[in-house]
Design a protein around this ligand. Structure first.
Ligand SMILES: C[S@@+](CC[C@H](N)C(=O)[O-])C[C@H]1O[C@@H](n2cnc3c(N)ncnc32)[C@H](O)[C@@H]1O
Length: 383
């Protein structure tokens, strides 16, 4: 019997020239790149080969990798328009610095810097920026959350804005093994699921030669099999993006994908929210957030409210009141659960926005409506 063969991964010529540039930077900047020398050589090799016209980097952090990318574009004398996007205004490891601060501080060392068209977009998430950036992105780097659903939803959102044969680079495809933490699966899930021409090369320095970076080139098969990525939305999520971010992803799916994908997206999202309501992880995070507020109000006295009531009592967490939209609709059973907690209608709530956090304790179906009601008045939602 003949041996089974399969399509092999592609190789790109590694482009290490930027390493001599990065070595000249002060150590304080150098060590801020979250990519290894191999990762940067792989990324720059793809830039050199494909000479992008419109490039997007999602996930900037301090900005050392962004600076390397810009120096690479400048050295190759490319006329690329390059966008660097980060949801955080401030660097996530040191909030006294701006995200991407390294780019500003090493600007005068970047080759042909004045000719490079670079935009640093901070303070809004990747899907919220896509409309403003527009289509025909031919080179995308995803390096954001690493936990599901992070890069999975980022890619689903980005796909309608990519050019026909765009290159997509995924960083940290081995982070689950490097950090020995099975949370970090999102980039690898995208890499393995997408149908495309894939780049994967040996990195002799780690993981027995298996790399922490990969890339793919969009093909016709990517579109034909895009449903496989939606299917991945039912893998277990390790965090729940907040409502604003989920709505930004959803808006793109609604506008650019056929209805069955939107329907799948909605059902997977609601399922994940129901799961999260009960997970230990959520409870741990919730306990921490709970104690950050002077007072806590529950919004909702039904079944979900009772689950959180017992959770609070078991964990010695305060409840300063329960608000509901209409007191006349609270039944005797619900009242009996909250018998040691004052109950108010929302319009008679006892605290101002700066005095309390609100825990939304209604079922997932009503969650968004209540979220809008309370945030419109300036209240913070916990959990
Ligand atoms: C691992 S760091 C990026 C590292 C950087 N690429 C490097 O090589 O140095 C991840 C960054 O992604 C940002 N991020 C996470 N989710 C995001 C989202 N949905 N949109 C934009 N940025 C996001 C975080 O604020 C953080 O700065």
């Amino acid at each position: 019997m003949s041996k089974i063969t399969g399509k092999d991964y592609l190789n790109v010529e590694l482009y290490y020239e930027q390493e001599s540039w990065i070595r000249q930077l002060p150590e304080e900047y150098r060590k801020r790149s979250e990519m290894s020398a191999f990762d940067r050589a792989f990324l720059c090799g793809l830039i050199k080969k494909y000479r992008p016209r419109k490039m997007v980097e999602a996930g900037v952090a301090a900005g050392t990798t962004s600076a390397v990318i810009l120096n690479c574009l400048g050295s190759l004398e490319l006329e690329t328009v390059c966008y660097s996007i980060d949801i955080c205004e401030n660097y996530y490891r040191d909030s006294s610095r701006k995200s991407g601060y390294v780019v500003d501080e090493v600007k005068d060392r970047i080759k042909n810097c004045d000719k490079i068209n670079h935009k640093m977009l901070l303070g809004k998430s990747f899907p919220e920026r896509l409309e403003e950036i527009g289509g025909e992105i031919d080179f995308l780097i995803l390096d954001t959350m690493h936990r599901l659903p992070g890069e999975l939803l980022d890619f689903i959102a980005a796909y309608p804005f990519l050019s026909e044969h765009a290159i997509v680079v995924l960083h940290d495809i081995g982070l689950n093994l490097l950090n020995q933490n099975d949370f970090y699966m999102a980039p690898k899930v995208v890499f393995d699921t997408v149908s495309a021409d894939k780049y994967l090369m040996a990195d002799v320095d780690q993981l027995h030669g298996l790399p922490n970076i990969g890339a793919f080139r969009i093909t016709k098969a990517t579109r034909d099999n895009i449903g496989d990525l939606f299917s991945c939305m039912t893998y277990s999520w390790h965090y729940l993006p907040d409502l604003k971010l989920m709505r930004a992803y959803r808006r793109i799916v609604e506008q650019y994908y056929e209805d069955r994908f939107l329907s799948y997206f909605d059902r997977a999202w609601i399922l994940q929210r129901e799961m999260a309501e009960n997970t230990v992880l959520k409870k741990k995070l919730l306990k921490k957030a709970w104690n950050e507020y002077e007072h806590i109000l529950f919004y909702g006295a039904g079944k979900v409210g009772s689950i959180f009531y017992y959770f609070a009592r078991e964990n010695a967490l305060k409840i300063d009141g329960v608000v509901v939209s209409d007191l006349s609709k609270v039944n005797e059973f619900e009242k009996s659960i909250f018998d040691d907690v004052p109950m108010y209608e929302w319009r008679d709530r006892p605290y101002n926005p700066d005095e309390c956090g609100i825990l939304i304790t209604v079922g997932a179906r009503y969650h968004d409506e209540i979220f809008d009601i309370v945030t419109r008045e300036g209240y913070k939602v916990i959990g």
